[in-house]
Ligand binder design. Sequence first.
Ligand code: ATP
Ligand code: MG
Length: 473
Amino acid sequence: MNINLSQNKNLKLFKLISEVAQNNDQTVYIVGGYVRDLLLKRNSPTDIDFVTESDGMELARNAAAHIDPKIKVSVFKNYGTAMFHYKGLDLEFVGARKESYAEHSRNPSVSKGSLEDDQKRRDFTINALAISLNQENFGELIDPFEGVLDLKNKIIRTPLQPSQTYSDDPLRMMRAIRFAATLHFKIEENSLQAIKNEAARISIISQERIMVEFNKIMLSEKPSKGLKLLEETGLMQYIMPELTALKGIEEVEGQTHKDNFWHTLEVVDNISKHTENLWLRWAALLHDVGKAPTKKFVEGSGWTFHGHEFLGSKMVKSIFYRLKMPLGNNMKYVQKLVKLSSRPIALIDEDTSDAALRRLLFDSGEDLEDLFTLCKADITTKNSAKQAKYKRNFEEVALKIKEVEEKDHVRNFQPPISGEEIMEMFGLEPSREIGILKEKVKEAILEGEIANDKEEAREFVINEGKELGLILV
Ligand code: ATP
Ligand code: MG
């Protein structure tokens, strides 16, 4: 089969690399994800992998020198690869390799090989396709493992024995599921079985690499597809046992609770229809994570998960820590949403006080809209009348909050009176009393005792200061 590259926007580059290789008696092929995505007519990827049956580093240097002598080539000697950036593209060059793995090591012994040896060591048939850039057969597709057929039938299959492939490099299990989820492909039966058998070996892979694949699953159109596969294969148990702990339904005295694992997956799918924000999707994933450790059956009231939001938000940190994800603002955002996830429901009541609305506004700040997106995604009832009613309820709460906000401006709350001003009023140095007074002002505003207004705040501070034994100067 021949691939027509004449309309390809990188044709000039491919021709140039072809020429450079030819002049140096080297072979060169495009290989891997770029070829796959080209055949799938997906968005043209910006990383392109080239393989040569001789020295990849030399080809990279020659190509770069030919394109523009100023280009800086990065060489990874240990991997025998070299890469450079060119016009928004990441171009990577590697010498064809033959690999064999020792049983207890992640590090294969590698020797020089033919193109086909190199295709064999790739993870899936759809990732083992190559296009020749050699002059005698420029554009010819080289497909020794029927990758094109698998692309057509939407199948994830390994070029070699699946158990060997996954055991050699267990990250491939995550990649299989990631590709199944993002491309809407099916993992071939023997592969799926092999992943189930080898799942425990995922523990030799670094968390960082696991999470790259996990987050690609989270960013797919319908993440539950990949999450279900992680669960079915047993991988989820190794990655996030806190989530699999949510699985199952218990019954006591004829009362059951919902299966919070499958519910969570639905919530993640729901929210993914409304946001591409990875961290909001993560908030959906972890919103009920505190339910397993807080579950209790209470005589008379049934199943309770008291305090699950609070515990859940603490668990967010330990989960991120273990998964080696950054503990910065994104983690804090997920924590915050998990912690607040049940608050809007509690405000649905008709005679909710303005104070309660103000508090939620204050606590959620700029993330109020995201919190409501989460709450709406959390509605998983199959009864459409109920679904509509719950959504309406949230919209009403949102409206009430908007009214309060317009009146009181407590969102992104800035105290109407500063610590310095309070110090001046009483002739104080920085001290504990200042903090106490500032907190009291905030509380009084949220409770609606005073308006969010400088004059009222001043008067309030004078009275409260007196109570603390402070004297106005
Ligand atoms: P994408 O870039 O869209 O995430 P990709 O398939 O291009 O997908 P890369 O990580 O860029 O993934 O890898 C490029 C190619 O290298 C793959 O297509 C595959 O042929 C090979 N490859 C990557 N990771 C592995 C692995 N763990 N085992 C075997 N081959 C791999
Ligand atoms: Mg790629």
